[in-house]
Write a protein that binds this ligand. Sequence first.
Ligand code: PEP
Ligand code: MN
Length: 286
Amino acid sequence: MSRKPYPLASREEHPEDSIVRVGHVLIGGDQPVLMAGPCSVETREGLIDIALAVKSAGADILRGGAFKPRSSPYSFQGLGEEGLRYLAEARSITGMPVISEVMEPDAVALVAEYVDILQIGARNMQNFPLLKAVGKTNRPVMLKRGFSNTVEEWLMSAEYILAGGNPNVILCERGIRTFETSTRNTLDLNAVPVAQELTHLPVVVDPSHGTGYARYVLPMARAGIAAGASGLIVEVHPEPEKAVSDGQQSLTLDAFAEMVTQVRQVWTAVHGLPRGSSVAVGQINA
Ligand code: PEP
Ligand code: MN
């Protein structure tokens, strides 16, 4: 019997790292997984253009919110099912799996029909009916840490999903509330090694919400990978100043391409080259 209150998420009974497979992408494997795209799905053409651009820059998975949790009821709430349709279309054009947020239990079946990964947002980390509902699907789930929740509470929420029968959970550190106001949130990179010690589930980092400002995203993306994260989720927009949500923290396409290059260098510095890498073979032959 495990001593931890989250036996399924705990490393005690599952010492090996879990790898979550999404199509051809392995999260928690020997390469960093980069999820990128707009905060909100805005238009069909816009989404397809971003999808093609982030893919050619090196993204593995396309992000985009269709159901948006907004602080104000007067802010853009997302395109809903229309946005999900555009995501599915972008996937068929690019071959990239897609991730999008689901906010309520009644919408889980609909969102799961269109997307490859269900995102649980920070505001819903302890929406237990929602956790139970995604636990009953066969879609991988990315569980964002609530901005006022401890690592233990985060793992207890992961346990709800695992206990429902869904083993494919990815944790995402996206920043917590502190007294600091110079950034939108305080990206708690301590949580990466702490969570990795306690759980076998893969951990990714969101430096966009974690900082709130595009100019801080690159250094904190590098730091997230250096801390041991299995990947990153970042917001990208071709014209951040025109984005309907979170433009301030969205990278331009060029900045994202630069981030991919630098993050891969950091990954190699921390983990070495991936198995089967042609560069590694070249070095062995040299
Ligand atoms: C998002 O990913 O756009 C989002 C709303 O994130 P969070 O739940 O972390 O605030
Ligand atoms: Mn956002």
